[in-house]
Design a protein. Structure first.
Length: 400
């Protein structure tokens, strides 16, 4: 079984490339920009902490040089355009088109299966069809039309946050519909993504759910909290309306707890900053290096992730691995991982009353909350990246 994997950016494609290489199935990984950690010059370069931090999500290990095919100039051009203020969705649309066109026909002919990702595979899927090659779509997030509807609803509820809610381009909606139509199978990571696809006409029999993994050696269980420190809620992710941040801030203002903190950890866009109120206990910590996340999570008591729209929500898995229970919305992987009230809590996306009640419950029962975190760790012990790779191998070998 020979597999070609194609992704112009990052997401979880690097993890999938590692797994396919480990299992002896990777013929080629085509991507925009990646630095092999095994290369001597990369090892030297990344000894400088600031450089390693900057390049963190572009570092790749476990993939031999002969299997790695890069398109760096197109990726660098896209990154430069973004820095100059060009509209992100238009930049990515052009980048994704050129990336797909750049993969040689000979490379597609040389494999049995091609794996591409949503928003960057409509041309690739068509070429595979014409060449008689199987094409599998990795759908990293829920259906774009569901996203469009959610964004309209959230923008109406929180108009000040409207700028953080950019709807899909009409051209991209058409391209994604083409990807769904041409894929031999569609791999998703959560039942929420499955539900969104089925709701928009994708046959359920063509969908396979394969949840992501977590590094259990990096994300280890937290110790009991030190006596006397404030109870800490953590939000981890982009500080946007899509992630449910204005809802969370609304609830935090109503809670007004005396001996508790809410940490917001993640990038904050300039247009969002003015809409974050100065509330007691609120700490806006900005974007932090991924290597710092385990310690940040272990310093907190509950992860709050009230997102309106996800494909998975990897921070949920990372928090549970650290023994931190999660309050998660039904628009995430939460319902697939969490037993409500046992090893975490579930809420409907947008339900402020439920979110406030759950945060009050956690605050009032710190010992029980800590014990729930231990159960959360046990719950996700099987969710490793190696297990994720094995499930991909089974899918590739059986879905012929």
């Amino acid at each position: 079984m020979k597999v070609l994997l194609a992704h112009p950016g990052t997401q979880h494609a690097f993890q999938l490339a590692r797994q396919l290489a480990r299992l002896g199935m990777l013929e080629g990984f085509w991507t925009g920009l990646a630095l092999r950690e095994e290369a001597w010059w990369v090892r030297q370069l990344t000894q400088v902490e600031a450089i390693r931090e900057r390049l963190g999500n572009r570092l790749l290990s476990g993939v031999a040089r002969r299997h790695l095919h890069l398109r760096p100039w197109r990726e660098l051009a896209a990154l430069w355009a973004l820095r100059q203020g060009a509209p992100a969705l238009e930049v990515f649309l052009r980048r994704n088109q050129h990336f797909q066109e750049s993969i040689p026909t000979a490379a597609l002919r040389a494999v049995d299966v091609v794996i591409g990702f949503d928003t960057s595979s409509w041309i690739l899927a068509e070429r595979c069809r014409d060449l008689g090659r199987r094409f599998i779509l990795d759908q990293s997030i829920a259906h774009p039309l569901w996203k469009k509807r959610v964004f309209e609803t959230v923008a109406a509820r929180y108009p000040d946050w409207r700028e953080s809610l950019v709807p899909p381009l009409p051209a991209m909606l058409a391209h994604e519909a083409q990807e769904h139509a041409l894929a031999d199978a569609i791999v998703v990571a959560s039942s929420f993504t499955t539900r969104s696809l089925v709701a928009h006409g994708v046959p359920v029999e063509r969908i396979v759910c394969n949840p992501y993994g977590v590094d259990l050696e990096a994300f280890t269980p937290r110790p009991p909290p030190e006596a006397g420190r404030p109870f800490r809620f953590l939000f981890l992710g982009s500080v946007t309306a899509r992630k449910g941040v204005p809802l969370l801030l609304e609830v935090w203002e109503k809670l007004a707890p005396r001996h508790a903190e809410l940490w917001l950890v993640g990038p904050v866009a300039p247009e969002v900053q003015p809409h974050i109120p100065d509330l007691p206990g609120l700490k806006v910590m900005g974007k932090r290096p991924h290597r710092d996340l385990p310690d940040i999570i272990r310093s907190c008591d509950v992860l709050v992730f009230p997102s309106y729209f996800e494909g998975f929500g990897l921070v949920i898995l990372e928090a549970m691995a650290c023994g931190v229970p999660v309050i998660a919305s039904d628009a995430t992987v939460g319902p697939d991982l969490i037993e409500d009230g046992v090893d975490g809590w579930l809420m409907m996306a947008g339900d402020a009353a439920r979110l406030q009640a759950l945060m009050e419950t956690a605050l009032s029962r710190p010992a029980e909350t800590f014990d729930m975190g231990r159960l959360a760790r046990q719950r996700i012990a099987a969710y490793t990246w190696d297990a994720y790779g094995i499930r991909w191998k089974t899918l590739l070998e059986t879905a012929r």
